[in-house]
Design a protein around this ligand. Structure first.
Ligand code: FAD
Length: 277
């Protein structure tokens, strides 16, 4: 039996009453686990600014978890963005997932707000200068839709580490080889910082096809046949995700970051298969 991995979870802040119940149920299912950290997203276009703040405050206070609050450059001046970071600090948050972010719906391309941070690297450098946070960033084993060419994601990630990032979490992927290739290319480029694979158990086969296409993440052809013929998508998702994690662990991966989508049962089942209490 391989060594159980260290785990972490990503949650959404709830946008309405129904979503509050989903987060509550998620915490009921995962609340007794001991993740290295949990992270809370910041709505696309900066739409959940207050909700993210309130959710991270509650998770820090009530569960005693080490919380990494997400923060993007979208729709805010530098001063506003740094004020949000300060408000995270004031409720006991010591980690930030620092991102450029996606443009608000309807805007095709990211454009910096007037007086706002123009890139993730600028945001990382400004957060580093505060000396207040461990800084986590995004990384892309499959090319990000904005990558100019094959090497851009790696050279840009290197700049993020040089600007002060402490750790990177990858976009989700389904082929372990994509992660291993990325990890090797990062090492060859001189990146020595921690790179944690982001793991997305498939909660909806239809939904994942749309989502993966928008992120530029390929879905293995074998998945299509498997989901089309399976009568039990829950079991199939757990099996596929467990296999992916086992392959990563077998090649030396020690940390896994689960995108829970506030639907925790798959994550919990995969963790149980991996021997995580
Ligand atoms: P960057 O890494 O800065 O840019 C993405 C890619 O674009 C780079 O790898 C590079 O190839 C290219 N690029 C960008 N700028 C330059 C430049 N100046 N020069 C050269 N190349 C450049 N979105 C949210 O809205 N809220 C969230 O809470 C959230 N959480 C996330 C958590 C994780 C772990 C990940 C991986 C993504 C998350 N996202 C979130 C999505 C993210 O905002 C989008 O993927 C966004 O398009 C890129 O943000 P980034 O900071 O990773 O970008």
């Amino acid at each position: 039996m391989t060594k159980a991995p260290k785990i972490s979870f990503e949650f959404f802040p709830p946008k309405d009453i129904e979503a509050c119940f989903s987060l509550f149920e998620t915490l009921q299912v995962l609340g007794d686990m001991a993740p290295e950290f949990v992270s809370v997203t910041y709505g696309a276009g900066g739409t959940t600014r207050e909700l993210t703040h309130d959710a991270v405050a509650l998770l820090t206070r009530k569960y005693g978890w080490n919380v990494a609050a997400h923060l993007t450059c979208v729709n805010a001046t530098r001063e506003e963005t740094l004020a949000i970071a300060k408000s995270y600090k004031s409720v006991g948050v010591n980690e930030i997932v620092a991102l450029r972010g996606d443009p608000p719906k309807g805007q095709g391309k990211f454009t910096p707000a007037e007086g706002g941070f123009a890139t993730s690297v600028e945001l990382i450098a400004a957060l580093k200068a505060t000396g207040d946070f461990k800084i986590r960033v995004g990384a892309y084993p499959d090319p990000h839709p904005d990558a100019a060419d094959e090497t851009s994601d790696i050279t840009w990630l290197k700049q993020k580490f040089e600007a002060g990032a402490d750790s990177a979490i990858t976009q989700f992927f389904f082929e372990p080889e994509d992660f291993f290739r990325f990890r090797d290319r990062c090492a060859r480029a001189g990146i020595t910082g921690e790179i944690i694979p982001g793991i997305l158990p498939i909660t909806s086969w239809k939904g994942i096809q749309r989502f993966a296409a928008s992120c530029g993440t390929p879905i293995p052809i074998s998945y299509e046949a498997a989901f089309e013929h399976s009568q039990d998508h829950h079991k199939l998702s757990v099996d596929l995700c467990t296999k992916l994690c086992e392959k990563l662990i077998a090649e030396g991966v020690e940390d896994l970051h689960f995108y829970t989508l506030n639907r925790p049962t798959l994550t919990k089942a995969v963790c149980a298969n991996l021997g995580v209490a």
